[in-house]
Ligand binder design. Sequence first.
Ligand SMILES: Cc1cc2nc3c(=O)[nH]c(=O)nc-3n(C[C@H](O)[C@H](O)[C@H](O)COP(=O)(O)O)c2cc1C
Length: 186
Amino acid sequence: MPHIAIISSSVRTERNSHRVALYFKDYLETNDLATVEILDLDKYHFPLFDERLMFQKNPSAETLDIAAKIKSADGILIVTPEYNGGYPASLKNVIDLLYNEWHRKPVAISTVTSGAFGASQVLISLQFILWKMRAWTVPALFQVPNIKDAYDESGNATDKASSDSTAANFINELLWCIEAKKRMAD
Ligand SMILES: Cc1cc2nc3c(=O)[nH]c(=O)nc-3n(C[C@H](O)[C@H](O)[C@H](O)COP(=O)(O)O)c2cc1C
């Protein structure tokens, strides 16, 4: 069974996008699709980036931990809010920390907003920087508008059937990329 690391990007007080990270953990585990760990950037609380891990002389335990978890995961699912049309600093902070860990890594992106339009702008900008890092961004959408109405604080979807149906297509693409990469490595 593949192992998927879910990056929950928002470190904002009273954040809402974490609900979607919780939803996906439950969705993947309940349907026996993957083993899952949430990498919660609010728990790591990295200091502002000052150098890439490969050039750090005394990397912190947290830095080594997230690097190992991203490297060993078969696929990554990033849950990100949209802030002023872009990604939160907390997410860029950790993406820049690493380099080879991203190479050919299947990465699916779920964008979350309290607004009505599903955060399309952050999707474009985040795809670009992941492409620059040589990650393999999965061509599938899971856009969440009106987050507070759509999921509760535990990650339960208000319209579970609809959410699960969209998640099935989205996760299927991520799993396809994970399987394709595995076959290439054989
Ligand atoms: C600094 C800031 C900028 C934001 N800019 C946008 C935006 O450009 N587009 C949008 O749809 N929502 C925007 N929002 C609202 C977020 O979508 C909302 O906070 C949502 O709950 C996801 O972020 P969270 O996980 O931090 O709660 C912004 C929120 C903050 C705090």
